[in-house]
Design a protein. Structure first.
Length: 470
């Protein structure tokens, strides 16, 4: 997941970066960081913790400059260690360089091994440093940052949205399949790029558009320019951005996430209606799904669970024990709403099943007569290699279990997952333009030991017309 942002604004960037990271906090809760550039000096601050814990007014005042980037981290590649906190910052040959990354490279081990053989030393275990090493090496050869990024993109395999800051210029680029989101906006006196449009809403910036897959954007004090580096026969947008990761009020690749989730809820009712007395979401991600289910069914929407707003997302907590312990603190049933009632409980997904089972147990403990579980994604049966910390197949409750067996495991009265066909239809994208690997076990690029449906990718800028075989 991770949330990234880059801003060039004549009015200063530390506070705008802070507000943007607040808007992207749902994408990562492990750590946060900001780097700014001012008159040849790189100012930086990063720590483990939430945005509000990492920064204060004094720190932000010291982050001077009109150019900067920021990051909130959700760990996939790289351990939960302080040195992996981003932005990663470097200085070389009279330049200062900072980089943030959302995604996951599937060939990072091979790349890091190649560079270690050439004498490069890595200070972190994150694949972001691999990207930085490639760019720095190519920059010393070509002398052009844009050419260095193009050469870097030829080496990378996997998902990546990257924002890099070289001196006073920001460069942002997106992988050729567009697996991870990235969009562009206009601030009062500059431009910005961010993982989601809500970061722009938080600043009162004007949303321009999403970066195209394989596109490179350059932003400096003179404005913004675009360069299409690659063209692919199809995209592979991550379908879970629409199911869970993105905020409901974000626009991801031209589609309002809330509308997708509401449509999924309608389709859930059409596929598996229930004669119940109330529809209740698992907050917050289940809200839009439950709204759509209620509208389609005519059954009243009523909150059966109230969320403690000071507890973060349990899915992205680093250990299973923390996830289980957080459920009771995070969600409290409303006894007066659910006692003696037949309830349709609507959630975004089931991963390991332990959280779902605990929630249903809480509903029964507080008097629910029946709990019917409706899920806004198909069963998750395979791991994700492209930026989501899904467990191995054996840890996924739907792996090698029928829906009836999963229903028994989570102690629901009935269980229904949205069909893959309905989910894809709700996104408005064609099946060929979505990555559904965690749902189907078939991935949009080559991964050792897995099925794949590869895309043809051409490098189209300058002399780079090489076909990349994935």
């Amino acid at each position: 997941m991770c949330g990234i942002v880059g801003i060039v604004d004549a009015g200063g960037v530390s506070l705008p970066l802070y507000y943007a990271l607040f808007a992207l906090q749902h994408r990562g809760q492990e750590s946060a960081g900001i780097s700014t550039y001012d008159a040849g000096i790189l100012h930086k601050h990063k720590e483990q913790g939430l945005v509000a814990e990492v920064f204060n007014r004094e720190i932000l005042t010291e982050l001077t400059g009109k150019v900067g980037i920021g990051h909130v981290r959700y760990p996939t590649t790289g351990e939960n260690q302080p040195e992996n906190t981003q932005p990663l910052n470097f200085s070389f040959k009279g330049h200062v360089f900072s980089i943030v990354h959302n995604g996951n490279l599937v060939n990072s081990k091979e790349l890091s091994s190649d560079y270690e053989d050439q004498g490069h030393i890595f200070a972190t275990t994150t694949d972001t440093e691999v990207i930085a090493a490639i760019i720095a090496r190519e920059l010393t050869v070509s002398g052009s940052m844009e050419d260095a990024i193009i050469l870097c993109m030829q080496k990378l395999e996997g998902s990546y949205s990257v924002i890099a800051m070289l001196d006073g210029t920001i460069y942002a680029f997106r992988d050729p399949l567009g697996i991870k989101p990235l969009c562009i906006g206009k601030t009062d006196s500059g431009y910005m790029v961010a993982s989601e449009s809500v970061a722009m809403d938080a600043l009162g910036a004007i949303f321009i558009r999403d970066l195209k897959p394989g596109e490179l954007v350059r932003i400096d004090s003179d404005g913004i320019s675009y360069r299409q580096v690659t063209r692919s026969s199809h995209s592979a947008f991550c379908i879970f951005e629409y199911v869970y990761f993105a905020r409901s009020d974000s626009v991801i690749d031209g589609v309002l996430v809330y509308d997708v989730r509401r449509k999924i809820g309608e389709m859930l009712h059409n596929e598996a209606p229930v004669n119940a007395e109330m529809i209740s979401p698992v907050p917050d991600s289940g809200m839009a799904f439950a709204t759509g289910y209620s509208e389609a069914s005519g059954i009243p929407f009523k909150e059966g669970l109230i969320k403690n707003r000071y507890i973060g997302r349990t899915f992205i907590m680093p250990t299973q024990k923390l996830r289980e312990n957080a459920v009771r603190m995070k969600l409290n049933p409303v006894r007066g709403h659910i006692k003696g009632k037949s309830v349709v409980l609507v959630d975004d997904s089931i991963v390991r099943g332990t959280t779902s089972r605990r929630i249903i147990e809480l509903m029964r403990e507080f008097g629910a007569r029946e709990v019917h579980f409706r899920v806004g994604s198909p069963p998750i049966t395979a791991p994700c290699y492209l930026g989501v910390d899904l467990p191995t197949r054996n840890d996924l409750i739907a792996h090698n279990r029928s829906p009836g067996e999963v229903c028994s495991c989570i102690s629901a009265d009935s269980l229904h997952h949205i069909s893959l066909e309905a989910l894809i239809k709700a996104t408005g994208h064609s099946p060929e333009d979505l990555c559904c690997g965690c749902l189907t076990g078939c991935y949009p690029l080559r991964i050792s030991g897995e099925l794949s449906k590869c895309r043809d990718i051409d490098f189209v800028n300058g002399s780079y017309q090489t076909r990349l075989e994935l």
